[in-house]
Each structure stands twice: as structure tokens, then as C-alpha cells.
Design a protein around this ligand. Sequence first.
Ligand code: ADP
Length: 473
Amino acid sequence: MNRLIVISNRVSVPNAAGAAGAQGGLAVALNSALREHRGIWFGWSGQETEEFTGHLNMQRIDDVTTATIDLEPQDIEEYYNGYANRTLWPLFHYRIDLTEYDRNFGEGYERVNARFADAVLPLIEPDDLVWVHDYHLLPLGSLLRGKGVKNRMGLFLHTPWPPTRLLASLPFHERLVSSMLEYDVIGFQTEEWLGSFLHYVEKEMGLAINEDGSIDCNGRRIVAQAFPIGIDYDEFVEGARSDEAREAHDHLKASVRGRKMLIGVDRLDYSKGLGERFESFSRFLTDNPDQAARVVLLQIAPPSRGDVASYQQIREDLERKTGHINGAHADVAFVPIRYVNRGYPRRQLAGFYRAADIGLVTPLRDGMNLVAKEYVAAQDPDDPGVLILSQFTGAALQLTDALLVNPHSIEHVGETIKRALEMPLAERRRRHEKLLASVRDEDIVHWRNQFVAALFGRDGDGAGDRLARDEAA
Ligand code: ADP
């Protein structure tokens, strides 16, 4: 069997019960993919070193071999806090108002990508499949090609891909996208982001797109395709049935004392639309004063990227907003918003989701959004809650039986909360059944099989089999 070499910015392998804390969707997804593959996960340890040595720290945890490197403070500042999280992240989430263009960031980004390439090179054997993840490492494939790596290499982007007109604001955007064309497979979360990428390739680079969506460039054929990521459905459902989940459910239910509950679970990030969400809830309370004492919004939002100013800002804004809304609508016996800045073990989270009558998932822009899928998977099919989902998430293209909303419209979201609270049981069941089928069938295993098959040069299932290498390799 060909080994899989997974490369991502951070490597984090939670224990089998699932790590507590602010784990991103990527870590959750990769860990379950790697557990079944004989592979290596390479990336940054998250640790700082005074001077970069390229020393590999190898470990074996729960059937996954990890290889990590430490980075210098300047690397972390320019590559991670800089180009990745102050340039590409906001730009890819359509926030050019927050996008910073700093020459040092770009240089740091290229330097760290070159360091990744040097460090991982000795680990790559001729038959390995190389799978690179996310916006931190877009040029890595081309740097590895420059060092003679002939393996099949794929890139999966977990974020949105921005429209061409926005991307064109990035200095040296052509150089960045050209470097991506050294991969054999480029995967996106949805057809929408894929469409934006192909538009760029066609209009800005003058390359022709074949009918099947592939791109011919320098005598090679590149597959560009949408592979919507899913959750580890079996693991999540098993966790949702655990004693830990039940206890978390019962404890939370008891604490709301018969009130209806809405839940939001997000990393504290400006792309998640938390401010707009709180305002929508406030609008609902103002428009439905009889409901004020009967509902509560639980927002769980562990802080992330605290070294970046825009994240400090969003944190302050939300604290102010929560105080303001609670001040306006609270009574001696209740507060309408419970705002919690910490992570929870996944099983407890599953119990919280199940206890909530409404899942409120309203990002302004999100590559996929796994919380929406987890909420659906955690529900009691006989008495399921209602998912309210932003139309600007990748998940909205699959979860069409959710109540889809425009998160910018405070009125629309406020009215939709009312509609969800009043939804008859039969409609809740009907919608949930369809949502659940999508979440179950398009799960993480499906995603991985589809991507790995494309990486092998096949287009079907059975990616785990030993398959002949594609002629183009
Ligand atoms: P992103 O990758 O942008 O953070 P996703 O919704 O795709 O967004 O994935 C978030 C993942 O992180 C989900 O699996 C979710 O359960 C997990 N998560 C988010 N907040 C918490 C929290 N407070 N405690 C534990 N897990 C969390």
C-alpha cells in the first residue's frame, strides 16, 4: 500500500477520547484520516526555537507517526501570524478591509515553506502520496518539485477561494497561483470556490480549462475538483451516545429550566459572524418580548490567534455586545446570552448540541463549517432541533434542508429564529432526516477516499486498494 504523507501547518493528534480545547476542523479531520492509513503527518510543532535547525521530532501516537519541526520567532511572526493569518485568511474570507500586505510577511511565508520542503524531503519515499493542506502551504508542492520530488502531490484548501477581483489585490498573486499548478490534484470544499479558482486560472493566467474541469499546464494535467469535507460520523455518533455526552446534556438541560435553547459553537474568529448573530438574537428578543424569558442563547467560543490584533478586537467587541444585550434583556432570574470562552471535550459538546432546540451557525464566510454537521449528527431523530445555517458557508450547498439565512440581515435571522422555535415536529423530523442522510453519507471517510483516489489518478471509490500509478505521474 502506498503511504500517505500528510503535510499541514500544525500537527495535533488528540487522544482517542478527543482532545479538549480549540481544535480546528482540520485537526479533527486529518487525525481520523491518518488513523486508518500507514502514514506520516508532518508539520510545525507549535513550538518556538531560537535558531531554526530543521531537526525532526518523530513520535508515534495512536497509530499515527508524526514528524514535527520548531520555528524561529521571526518565522512565526511573518509566516503564521503574518502572511497566513493577516494576509491570506482575511483575503480568502472576502475581508480585504482586514487584509494586510506586508513585504516581510511574503518573504517569511516563502522562507518557511522552503524550510518545510527541506525538512520533509528525507521522509518522502518514491511511492508515497503527498497530501498538502491549506493556505499556509500553497507553494510547498512547487518547492518540493524543485528538489526533484516526482511523487503524486495534492493540495486541499480548507478555506474559501476568493473571487478573482479580490485576489487580484494581493501583490504577486500570479506567482502564488502559478506555484499551485505544480500539484497533480487541487481540491476545494465546494463548486463555488472551485469556480472562482478556475475563473482566475482562465482569466488571469490565460490557461484553458478542459471540459472535465482539469487544467493542462507545461505538459501536465492538473485535476481541480470539489471535495466537500465531512465529519467523522461514526466516531461522533458513538461519542454522542456516551455517558459523558448524556451527563453534559442532562446538566445543561437542567440549568436552562425549561427554556428553549439556541447554541453556537465557533472559534472566536471574525469570519464566524458572532457580532451579527448576537444582534440578530437581540432583535428577536426585542420583537418578541413575550419570548424573552423563555429562550437562552449559549455561545461557546474559545479564543484563537490571540497574537493578531483583529482577533483581540473581535473578542473585545463581543464582550461589549454580550454585556449590552444581557443588560437590556436580562431579569433577576435569567440572562439571555451565556457566552463561554473555552473549549470542551467532543463528547460533552455532542451532549450540548443535543440539548439545544436550535443550532445557530451563521458565519459571514466559511469554507465548509463542521459545527453545522456535528449539530445535525447529535440530534435525537424523534425530536430533533432545527439548524439555522448561513448561506455563505460551504455546508449550505449540501445542507439545503436547513433554514438558510443571510447572516448580514439581522431581521431575517431574527425572524428565522422565531420560525425555528415554532416549527412543528413533523417538519423538524422531515428536515432532519434529509440533513442526517447528507451528513452520514458525505462523511470524512468519503471525503478522504475521494481525494486519495484522485491523488492516485483514479476517479472512483476503492482508494485504499493498491492502484496503478497514473501515466501522468
Ligand atoms: P474552523 O475549522 O474554522 O474552526 P469548523 O466549524 O469547520 O470551523 O470546525 C470547527 C471544529 O472545532 C469542530 O469540529 C468543532 O466541534 C470544534 N470546536 C469548535 N469550538 C469548540 C469548543 N469550544 N470545544 C471543542 N471543540 C470545538
